[in-house]
Design a protein around this ligand. Structure first.
Ligand SMILES: [Zn+2]
Ligand SMILES: [Zn+2]
Length: 319
């Protein structure tokens, strides 16, 4: 007589056989774990094979960047990591404000104060880097990723080691939940500082640069998102994951001093700042969420407090 597997007779709360339900859960988890590398592969394929006219149209990078953020945000509703990080109206509009700020004002300021002067200096000094343009396209993408991430790593590390820089970066650490667009949230001074790079010194294919920007976008968006995706080792060895970055958002300051790389965690592994682990509760001090105004004035708060105390002392002396 044929024996039926016992587990198939046990029903899960939704009425389906439990074995089937857990198989479904495991398959879903496996699929989600592969999504970050699949997104990276899709982005590279798009920029490698998109028609030239489409790829070099300035709006294409704006649209692909927005689509990446929206797609990952959508995944938060399908397979969330923590209920406590669930998106709500207030978080959504704050994040949207910073995404728009980042792609307009921050981007313009960073171009005006860094990229344009660098490009002008390169031209006037007669520096040519045609060798970069001659490299295979994929190597150019890798070069841009490494250049941007190397600069960001040291700037970010400096922010965690020098008080004036920390004051600009601390608002990003005061966020009390992680979501797809949270990488864009921070004090504007910090956002400009972290956007500085030396890419403008190199002659590179425009599509290679756009591809690199989108790869970094995919990795850092997943690294901030409330998505239950734990990418395989071949990805997590090189790229920052939500596990690495949630640990960086730990609630005590000392615990934040690791995993500085926004996207290329390999740099932390090389420079000895990599730490294994994960955090489910994120924020700083008393876990108080800052408003946009508080995020903007945060670096000046010690100065404001000092002036206020002086005024009160003067008023008290007069009275
Ligand atoms: Zn940080
Ligand atoms: Zn972050």
């Amino acid at each position: 007589m044929e024996q039926l597997p016992v587990c198939n007779t046990v029903l899960s709360p939704d009425g389906r056989p439990r074995a089937v339900a857990s198989d479904h859960g495991a398959a879903k988890q496996k699929l989600f774990d592969l999504l970050p590398p699949a997104f990276v592969a899709a982005v590279v394929a798009f920029w490698a094979f998109a028609p030239k006219a489409l790829a070099e149209n300035g709006w294409t990078i704006v649209v692909t960047s927005a689509l990446i953020t929206l797609a990952v945000l959508g995944l938060e509703f399908v397979h969330e990591r923590h209920a406590g990080w669930r998106m709500n109206r207030r978080e959504f509009f704050t994040d949207l404000f910073y995404v728009v700020l980042g792609s307009t004002v921050i981007s313009w300021v960073s171009t005006a104060v860094a990229e344009d002067p660098l490009a002008a200096a390169k031209k006037s000094l007669g520096i040519t880097t045609q060798w970069a343009m001659q490299m295979p396209w994929l190597l150019q993408v890798v070069l841009v990723i490494v250049l941007i991430e190397f600069g960001q790593y040291w700037m970010h590390r400096l922010m965690h080691n020098a008080t004036p820089f920390w004051l600009t970066h601390a608002p990003h650490h005061h966020i009390t939940q992680l979501n797809a667009a949270k990488g864009a949230v921070g004090n504007p001074i910090e956002l400009v500082l972290i956007s500085l790079s030396v890419v403008a010194l190199f002659d590179l294919s425009l599509t290679a640069k756009f591809c690199a920007f989108n790869v970094l976008g995919v990795v850092s968006t997943f690294a901030h998102a409330n998505v239950r995706a734990n990418p395989p080792r071949f990805y997590a060895l090189f790229f920052t994951t939500i596990r690495h970055h949630s640990l960086h958002h730990s609630t005590d300051y000392e615990a934040t001093r690791c995993n500085y790389a926004n996207s290329l965690i390999l740099i932390d592994r090389v420079f000895g700042t990599y730490r294994e682990g994960e955090a489910a509760v994120v924020g700083q001090d008393d876990l108080r969420r800052l408003s946009i105004w508080e995020q903007f004035v945060f670096p000046f708060q010690p100065l404001i407090d000092r002036i206020r105390a002086k005024r009160e002392a003067t008023a008290a002396a007069i009275n």
